[in-house]
Design a protein around this ligand. Structure first.
Ligand SMILES: C[S@@+](CC[C@H](N)C(=O)[O-])C[C@H]1O[C@@H](n2cnc3c(N)ncnc32)[C@H](O)[C@@H]1O
Length: 298
């Protein structure tokens, strides 16, 4: 597409005119503050009104519910105005949300003031510095990690591992560049409009997600091609059998398998060198020779 090409699929709304003006965290914060000022609901979920905002939040909370034990303490990274937190609150002891945008956090505090176990925090857009190690049972991030620089998203994965309790779960999803719908979205952002109105958006492949989750110290328990991720802090890192076909093996996993093969080979050598086993092998070789020569004579 040339810069002079007309744009497609855009509605020319005031929200679309909000542009990311740089790559610093401050520029990202301003982008989301300005977006929330123009149309907070649509900035959070495209084409939404109050009804669809509520029902989509309910559906996301329902998907998360199976991960919650009784008395769960939960954190939402990039929480916006607490679209999902609102519906999780009745099932949790505490629901915390952190967001880079002052306006989103203020909007959330106002909307959910009636829920005493919901807490909003304005973060620095990079880490979870305000939270103690091992303080959460479940962390999740919904349509948020894709809007950050990839290095920042990775730092949130590292930080998630730090603030999760042992056996705690991280749940998130990001768009899959290798799926047709993910690629169509990527193609959309290649339009000339986005040269003058940059929108913070990143796409990932399953291999990249596998790599980042494992490097952040997690056991990748579940991954599907919609890039819905369940990662657990088990104390050992790696990729489950379910996720492996999508992710392939990363270097760490290859090294682990090579090490395991070497150990098995050594164990086999020890067995082969035992006197009884050696005698049995020799007897088997003799039997084979006899059978071959008998076959030749007959
Ligand atoms: C599309 S909204 C989604 C909000 C919420 N997760 C939901 O599903 O309703 C993306 C949110 O991510 C936040 N965000 C973007 N970059 C961030 C960063 N580096 N750290 C924390 N929050 C960030 C934005 O301020 C915004 O509220």
């Amino acid at each position: 597409m040339k810069l002079t090409d007309t744009t497609r699929g855009l509605k020319h709304t005031a929200l679309e005119a909000v542009a990311l003006e740089g790559e610093t965290l401050e520029a990202h914060r301003e982008f989301w503050d300005r977006s929330a000022g123009v149309d907070s609901l649509t900035a959070i979920v495209a084409d939404s009104d109050e009804r669809s905002y509520q029902s989509s939040g309910q559906a996301e909370a329902q998907a998360l519910r199976r991960l919650l034990g009784s008395d769960a303490i939960v954190l939402d990274i990039g929480c916006g105005m607490g679209r999902v937190m609102e519906h999780l609150a009745p099932w949790c002891r505490e629901v915390h949300g952190i967001d880079i945008s002052h306006r989103m956090v203020e909007g959330g505090r106002e909307r959910l003031a009636h829920l005493p176990n919901v807490h909003f925090h304005r973060g620095n857009g990079y880490d979870l510095a305000g939270f103690e190690d091992g303080s959460f049972d479940v962390l999740y991030s919904i349509v948020a990690l894709q809007h950050m620089q990839r290095t920042v998203a990775y730092n949130y994965l590292l930080e998630s591992n730090r603030v999760l309790k042992q056996d705690g779960v991280l749940w998130f999803y990001v768009p899959n560049l290798l799926r047709d719908d993910g690629f169509a979205a990527f193609h959309h952002f290649s339009q000339p409009w986005f040269v003058s109105h940059p929108y913070p958006m990143n796409f990932y492949t399953p291999q990249e997600i596998g790599r980042l989750v494992v490097a952040a110290g997690f056991w990748l328990e579940y991954l599907n091609d919609e890039m819905r991720v369940t990662a657990r802090k088990t104390g050992s890192v790696g990729i489950s059998e379910q996720a492996q076909p999508l992710v392939g093996l990363c270097d760490a996993e290859k090294r682990r398998l090579a090490q395991r093969n070497a150990e098995l080979e050594q164990a086999l050598d020890r067995i082969r060198s035992q006197p009884l086993v050696r005698m049995a092998s020799a007897a088997r070789r003799r039997l084979r020779r006899t059978a071959t020569s008998t076959g030749r004579e007959s």
